[in-house]
Write a protein that binds this ligand. Structure first.
Ligand code: FES
Length: 102
């Protein structure tokens, strides 16, 4: 199985980098990282429909947080996880400025 997550500018601004990290973590924690190929992709022409996600080449339409996998918040190390939200602030600001959203 291959999961592709768009890291194009529109999806990046919506937090697709964090989705990639979470999916990677879930795959590792469940021992699926050797069976599932996780790839980044540029624009999938789904910018208006949330973050672009394809599974085995099939676009997952209307993807939203509520459609994602259940995450047991009790197993997340929040002290490690929460600082990740700020790690790309400079790149996010540059992306917003580049797209006139700044
Ligand atoms: S930038 Fe992700 S679908 Fe367009």
């Amino acid at each position: 199985m291959t999961i592709e997550i768009c890291i194009g500018s529109s999806c990046y601004v919506k937090g697709s980098d964090k989705v990639v990290l979470l999916v990677k973590e879930i795959l590792v924690n469940r021992g699926l990282d050797a069976k599932v190929e996780l790839k980044g992709s540029f624009c999938m022409n789904a910018c208006t429909q949330g973050i672009g996600v394809k599974i085995d080449g099939k676009m997952i339409r209307k993807h939203a947080c509520i459609d994602g996998p259940e995450i047991d918040s009790h197993i997340i190390d929040w002290d490690k996880f929460l600082p990740r939200f700020g790690q790309f602030r400079a790149q996010e600001a540059a992306s917003r400025a580049a797209h006139g959203l700044g």
